[in-house]
Each structure stands twice: as structure tokens, then as C-alpha cells.
Design a protein around this ligand. Structure first.
Ligand SMILES: Nc1ncnc2c1ncn2[C@@H]1O[C@H](COP(=O)(O)OP(=O)(O)O)[C@@H](O)[C@H]1O
Ligand SMILES: [Mg+2]
Length: 270
């Protein structure tokens, strides 16, 4: 029997990709690391593409190519298109009844519309990651200065959620929240990429429910859902369609790569 090929597409091979390759191969798939340096479109590709590169500009064309010329893309092109845009993600979450912070997409540089959000407020690009360019404005005037200094980005204004000095990263696989961690930080931006510590979260039914709804609303097979605790309960900030999970795996001891590989194998083999 020839086993089905999965191309694990990477730009830097990190622990996550090594773990995924190993777990996929254990499940009878033929998983190969493929460094995504160029996309050749001369012929069809007899493989699924597991998209593990960073950045929308690489993620979308790779995913589209594997979906159209290959056997399929994981996550799908449509879901990656949505998760790489924080505003589109929020629209999908609202449609699915998932609680999110009040948000406004800035189509023009006019800061006055932001007064509906109160102060302080958060300004962030719709396509950012690792907390880059996520800024806090204490006044509408300050928000205006930030908006004008970010002239190259499509921006989102968002209510500032008064959360504890932590947020929650939930890894969702299929229709289960498989593992979650608190990310602690002295910075109000709690991305682990910015430093800070982590601890395991006991996933309660509400957290499970909204995280799974959020992941499914974006069409993701697996994802990393960012959740903050507010005085009106959990709110979801974003869904990451190419999530890092090594910290989640290390801190919780849960075999997240194994869970992802299991779901991928189930989808591909069925
Ligand atoms: N509206 C907000 N209120 C409070 N904290 C926020 C808000 N938006 C972002 N943050 C903080 O900043 C971090 C990064 O923001 P996020 O929207 O997840 O963007 P990124 O894609 O850069 O991770 C979050 O993990 C959270 O700690
Ligand atoms: Mg985030």
C-alpha cells in the first residue's frame, strides 16, 4: 500500500514541525518536510499541504496552490484567509454568537468614530501577530497619532479589555479544546513571544464551548484561540490558523502534535 503524502510546508523548521512530522508518520501517512522557498505551478501535486509557514503573504498562495493543484490544504485557504484578518475573524465570531470585544474597522484615518469604544482603547493592524504594532491609546487624540503613524496597515480599533495580567491560549483540534495555557506578562500584551511565563489552564465547559465555536466559525481544522477574561466573561480576541503550540505542549504535558496528527489523518484517510 502506498501511503498518502503530506507536505509539511515550513520556512523555519521549529519543534512544532518536527513533532508534527513524527506524529503524522506514526499514523501511516508519509509526511515530508518541504521548505517553502518558491512555488512552482507546472503540474499537479500529489500531496496534502500542511501549512506551517509564517505570514499571510506566504500562507495564502501556498494554501491556495495545495487546494487547487494538490490534494488539499490544512487549514483550508478560506479559513486561513479569515484567520489572517482579525476583522474578518471577528465578523465570523459574532455570526457564531461568540463574545468578542467591541471593535471598529477603520476604513479612513478618521479617529472620531473611535469615541464609541471609550478610552483607553487598542489600535492594531488586522493582519498582525506576536503582539507587533498592538498599541494602547489613552485618549482619542493619541489614537489619531497612532493611526497616522501606521499609514501602511489596515487598522482595527478595539475596546480595551480590563483583564488580569494574563490571557488564555486554547489549542482547538476538530471539535475539542485539547489544551490551554495562561500566558502571564507584566506587559498588557501577553503574547509568549514577548516574554512572560505560562501555566496550565483547567478548561471549563464555557471556555471549551466558545473556543471550539470560534475555531469552527473560521473553518479551522485546528487552531490557537486567544481568549481574555473580562468582567463580562470570556472574550475572544483572535483565532490563529497556523498556531505555535510548543509552549502549550510543554506546559500542559499534553501531546498536542499527536492530537493534530490524529485529526489530520482522520480527515485524509476517511
Ligand atoms: N482589546 C484588547 N484589550 C486588552 N488586551 C488586548 C486587546 N487586544 C490585544 N490585547 C493584548 O495584546 C495581545 C496581542 O493582541 P492580539 O489581538 O492577540 O494580536 P497578535 O496577533 O499580535 O497576537 C493579546 O494577547 C492581549 O494580551
Ligand atoms: Mg494573539
Amino acid at each position: 500500500m502506498i501511503s498518502i503524502e503530506v507536505h509539511v510546508l515550513y520556512d523555519i523548521i521549529r519543534l512544532e514541525e518536527k513533532l508534527l512530522l513524527n506524529e503524522l508518520n506514526k499514523r501511516g501517512l508519509s509526511a515530508k518536510p518541504i521548505r517553502a522557498e518558491a512555488i512552482s505551478i507546472n503540474s499537479t501535486i500529489n500531496a496534502f499541504g500542511l501549512i506551517r509557514v509564517a505570514g499571510r503573504d506566504k500562507v495564502l498562495p501556498l494554501s491556495f496552490t495545495y487546494q487547487e493543484l494538490g490534494l488539499g490544504s490544512i487549514n483550508s485557504f478560506d479559513s486561513l484567509y479569515i484567520t489572517h484578518d482579525k476583522f474578518l475573524t471577528l465578523v465570523k465570531l459574532i455570526k457564531a454568537g461568540v463574545p468578542v470585544p467591541k471593535s471598529i474597522l477603520l476604513l479612513d484615518n478618521e479617529e472620531e468614530v473611535l469615541s464609541k469604544l471609550g478610552v483607553p482603547l487598542v489600535i492594531k493592524p488586522t493582519d498582525g501577530s506576536w503582539g507587533r504594532l498592538v498599541a494602547l491609546a489613552n485618549t482619542i487624540r493619541e489614537a489619531g497619532l497612532i493611526i497616522r503613524s501606521y499609514s501602511d496597515n489596515v487598522l482595527l480599533g478595539q475596546e480595551y479589555v480590563r483583564k488580569p495580567k494574563r490571557d488564555i491560549r486554547v489549542t482547538v483540534v476538530g471539535d475539542r479544546a485539547v489544551a490551554a495555557i495562561y500566558r502571564y506578562s507584566d506587559d498588557w500584551r501577553t503574547n509568549t513571544a514577548r516574554g512572560g511565563s505560562a501555566a496550565p489552564v483547567k478548561i471549563d465547559p464555557e471556555l471549551e464551548d466558545i473556543s471550539v465555536k470560534a475555531s469552527r466559525a473560521t473553518g479551522s481544522v485546528y487552531s490557537g484561540v486567544d481568549v481574555v477574561e473580562s468582567d463580562r466573561g470570556y472574550l475572544i480576541l483572535e483565532v490563529n490558523g497556523v498556531p505555535e503550540f510548543k509552549n502549550v505542549q510543554r506546559v500542559t504535558g499534553i501531546n498536542v502534535a499527536g492530537e493534530i496528527a490524529e485529526e489530520v489523518a482522520r480527515l485524509i484517510i476517511s
